[in-house]
Write a protein of this length. Structure first.
Length: 276
């Protein structure tokens, strides 16, 4: 759970406050990051972000000269916007600023080419459940990132969920494909499960409610149980029963495992294409 407040930075600029940036902003405030330490740069803030900043005293889109370089700059814009936004970001970043990027596909080399004063850089990939404090984030720190800066990144990222560190930057694209994009796979599974229930004869609205509740409950059980996913699956499956009949289809050679391997591979390729 959240790291000690002593690891939170004295100043932080958030560049981009869409769904993910906004979720992180709320997480930081919830774990005690001082509102006066925060500055948000978002040309088109939503009503929710504007209201949050106003209510909590967070600086939104400051006018005039750039403030002193912050201890941390978190980049939460769309990857395709980096090229256009990089001159302004470069003006914000100093040599002692920790840059935390959640830009899918954009490598540390990409960032260093556009932010020449940046030294310590952490690439991170959170996911949408961060909006309810249940995110899963994979992260990588470059060699210039000090132990203290890594602890700061840990404190910021775990304010919205769990954090897993990898020691090879190349693995971040796989993290993006698995957990970064993964919630969409789960939501689509609910859609498919609901349609299957309707095809089996249930009213469509009832099938959707049952599908949503089944996946939500299964996720909660998975989060709380010490048992592995495979053991939980086995516990639901009676030999020769209905679940076993369904799993024969899902676990066939061309079943769910094969489909998800293809899906994750496609997402990883796209993350790699976004580099540069």
């Amino acid at each position: 759970m959240p790291a000690a407040a002593s690891n939170l930075p004295s100043s932080l600029v958030l560049v981009g406050a869409g769904k993910m940036g906004g979720a992180m902003l709320e997480g930081w405030l919830s774990v005690g990051l001082a509102p006066e330490a925060l500055t948000v740069v978002e040309p088109q803030p939503s009503e929710t972000i504007a209201a949050l900043c106003s209510a909590r005293g967070v600086t939104l889109n400051p006018q005039g000269a750039n403030p002193a370089a912050p201890a941390v700059a978190v980049l939460a814009i769309k990857p395709q916007m980096l090229e256009a936004a990089s001159p302004h970001i470069a003006d914000l970043v100093g040599p002692d600023t920790l840059v935390v990027s959640i830009l899918a596909g954009k490598t540390i080399a990409d960032l260093q080419a556009r932010l020449p004063r940046a030294r310590a850089i952490v690439r991170a990939m959170p996911n949408l459940p961060a909006s309810i404090g249940r995110g899963a984030t994979g992260a990588f720190a470059n060699a210039a990132t000090s132990a203290g800066q890594r602890a700061t990144a840990q404190a910021l990222l775990e304010s919205v969920g769990t954090v897993e560190w990898v020691e090879d930057e190349g693995l971040i694209d796989a993290v993006t494909a698995l957990s970064g994009s993964g919630p969409a796979y789960v939501f689509h599974m609910v859609e498919c499960l609901a349609r299957a229930g309707a095809a089996a004869g249930l009213p469509a609205d009832l099938a959707e409610r049952l599908a949503r509740a089944t996946v939500a409950g299964s996720g909660a059980l998975l989060a709380e149980s010490p048992l592995s996913a495979s053991t939980l699956r086995e516990n639901v499956t009676s030999p020769g029963g209905t679940t076993a009949a369904a799993l024969e289809v899902l676990m066939a050679a061309d079943g769910l495992d094969a489909l998800l391997r293809k899906a994750v591979a496609a997402a990883k390729r796209r993350a790699q294409e976004l580099a540069g």
